[in-house]
Design a binder for this molecule. Sequence first.
Ligand SMILES: *[C@@H]1O[C@H](CO)[C@@H](O)[C@H](O)[C@H]1NC(C)=O
Length: 383
Amino acid sequence: MKFSGITASATALMVGVSSAAVTGVTGKPEGFASSTTGGGDTAAVYPSTTDELVSYLGDDSARVIVLTKTFDFTGTEGTTTSTGCAPWGTGAGCQTAIDKDDWCENYEPDAPSVSSITYDAAGTLGITVGSDKSLVGDGSSGIIKGKGLRIVNGAQNVIIQNVQISDINPEYVWGGDAITLDGTDNVWIDHVTTSNIARQHIVLGTEASGNVTISNSYIDGSGDYSATCDGHQYWALYFDGSDDQITFKNNYIYQTSGRAPKVQSNTLLHAVNNYWNDNSGHAFEIGEGGYVLAEGNVFENVEAPLEASSFAGELFTADSGSACSSALRRSCEANSLSDSGTFSESDTDFLSKFSGAVIATASAASEVKSYVTSNAGIGKLSQ
Ligand SMILES: *[C@@H]1O[C@H](CO)[C@@H](O)[C@H](O)[C@H]1NC(C)=O
């Protein structure tokens, strides 16, 4: 074993990293983003510096960008010092909020103020991603630290696969999001790991983000700081919008405490075959205009699979009737819950919104936990 390992790395050195590394995306998206092609079959580029990565992601060319190492943005834009507040307490595990745009005065006027917070400036705004890009990690080496990605303002046809985004000011709310979509069409996020994030792991903003698939990804909410002060990230997935369609399949949502996801404002979400584990608050928060079909999912140790007090949208938990057969042209799979609260809603009117769409397949919930835990996140893709 040892001898063959040495041989493999010696070969990689001799031929150079670009020949040894992957050259593009593996597989195809299921569901709403199924026509997404990213950078297509253009020749891959292999950035070596953070500046080069920013330039490839933001330019006007179709590109396949392969990451073969860690790109650490921490410190690249210096630090910022500002005031803040502590709405969730001052205990060791509590996040503190940066007073961004007078957020403390406007939303948490009674919270104790914090006179000085110093945070990393690069984390607060993600890297701009242009249209027709594939960003692909090689093996388990494609890591972006200290800065997220922003697919916004009309950028479309983007694939992010087998990449980890981590360590974005985790102590400070408003210190940055991992992946932001806002005003986009056709985005596939696959085999992505997000961890130690200040705010949202994945956020779809108020503009339309159409035809999105998020699959095989690991939303790791564990860490030293959270708004619930218990090592469970409260800000996980925020699906706002105005005309958004999201397929959310085979993802692992671990150790969160809220907004996992929050769904509202004309957002249609097909949540299928995901695994929620160890949630100390709520998973789904569904506001007005949030339309959710949840089938074949597994909830284990989830305090509230649905936050009942704020439920104002529509949810079908696939546990009754023939509604799926007429809307999806197949039957739906039941969800599975253990050591969890209740999850049973039967709104079916909105299922007509799936008409004409490419709909992801569903497996039985009994197969989900083992599949997802061995498949979700970075480094689990056979390239
Ligand atoms: C999603 O794709 C469909 C089919 O191509 C297209 O008609 C629609 O405009 C897209 N949605 C958004 C919000 O871009």
